[in-house]
Ligand binder design. Structure first.
Ligand code: SF4
Length: 365
């Protein structure tokens, strides 16, 4: 079917956020491949590309960031890559450090840190940590509750370690699998050691199916908020990313819905398109939103001083200009109307202690 500009519309993809085999910015040799040359039935096969899992033998599992606009310093990533496959995912370019691409590789080649819990235990046992304890975020560049967590349980094991040490933890996810760890989360919450952020960028299931194809449905995320809140776990909702012209009008209904389910706080982040994320997202718009594409890209440029992305720390999370102001005003108004607070609750850092471990010879250390 032709798009509004008379050009043949790109084939929609099912089951994956992108089909793009992008050039790795660190690689000198380029392999060209485009799914536009394939027949429609073959394009559908992209959604059937098998997800591969690889062991990641990194000797550390916690990373530190110095970004002045990120409100956590330490993050723990049990996985690299994310099968949820969100078309806009800002973490996509991290796969290029592995010699892979930020397109289909990011969502189909997942690296698994099987030793995550023991590496985390080792990291927390460092001598200097008791004097500088602060919350650790799960995760920064992956979703710690992506589907393989059902079987691998690496995030759950890390939560057990956090409970052992009374280490404060923040979690952000788009997957209702988080409720599988509700007992652990409840125990952490009793000591004020955890806050769970559930990302809800739309209530429209048909949009989630193509934009965040392997994440949980909006209804499942709302149910997770309800279950966690009922268990006494503090829940924040993140309306993210806001894509101006696509989901900003949903802000009132999202805030209302998450508040009804028991979330106590909410925040938002504007769409960011660093590096290879830009071509992936633009290609996704062409395939799935051909008629709204120009409007959305026009608003993105209005938010970023004429460009699609500006990495300036002072404005990259919220944007600038009239659309940014309107979105901020709309968000603040409905935050108040819904009885939600902004920000993230302070977690307890004073309970942290390195547990004594029996070395098997009757000695504790
Ligand atoms: S869930 Fe998060 S980490 Fe995973 S693809 Fe989506 S935005 Fe990226």
């Amino acid at each position: 079917m032709p798009s509004s500009d008379g050009q043949p519309a790109k084939q929609k993809l099912t089951g994956r956020g992108t089909s793009l085999q992008l050039k790795n910015r660190f690689e000198k040799i380029e392999l060209e491949s485009t799914f536009d040359q394939l027949e429609p039935e073959d394009v559908q096969l992209v959604g059937k590309i098998k997800t591969e899992y690889f062991d990641d033998d990194s000797n550390t599992v916690v990373s530190e960031n110095q970004s002045p606009d990120v409100d956590f310093r330490y993050s723990l990533n049990p996985y690299r890559g994310c099968v949820h496959g969100c078309s806009y995912c800002y973490a996509r370019p991290t796969h290029e450090y592995l010699g892979l691409n930020a397109g289909i590789d990011f969502e189909s080649k997942i690296f698994v840190k099987r030793e995550a819990a023991s590496l985390f235990r080792k990291w927390l046992s460092r001598k200097k940590w008791p004097d500088q304890v602060e919350p650790v975020m799960l995760s920064g560049v992956t979703d710690c509750y992506q589907p393989c967590e059902r079987e691998l349980k690496l995030t759950g094991q890390c939560l057990e370690v956090a409970l052992e040490f009374n280490q404060p933890i923040r979690i952000t996810t788009k997957n209702a699998i988080v409720t599988r760890d509700i007992d652990l989360l409840e125990s952490l919450a009793e000591k004020n050691l955890v806050v769970v952020t559930v990302s809800v960028g739309t209530l429209d299931q048909s949009l989630v199916r193509v934009m965040e194809p392997r994440s949980s449905s909006p209804q499942a995320r709302l149910k997770a908020i309800e279950q966690l809140s009922a268990a006494g776990v503090p829940v924040k909702a993140l309306v993210a990313p806001i894509i101006p012209g696509l989901n900003d009008a949903e802000i009132p209904s999202i805030l209302n819905a998450v508040a009804e389910k028991g979330a106590s706080r909410a925040g938002y982040v504007m769409l960011r398109l660093p590096l290879a994320v830009e071509p992936v997202f633009v290609d996704w718009l062409e395939r799935h939103m051909p008629d709204a594409q120009e409007k959305i890209l026009g608003r993105m440029r209005a938010l970023r001083g004429g460009k699609l992305y500006d990495s300036d720390f002072s404005q990259r999370m919220k944007g600038t200009g009239i659309w940014a102001q309107q979105i901020e005003a709309l968000f603040k108004l409905h935050l108040k109307k819904s009885g939600l607070k902004s920000g993230t609750p302070q977690l307890n850092r004073d309970r942290f202690c390195v547990p004594e471990v029996d070395d098997g010879q009757g000695r504790l250390f």
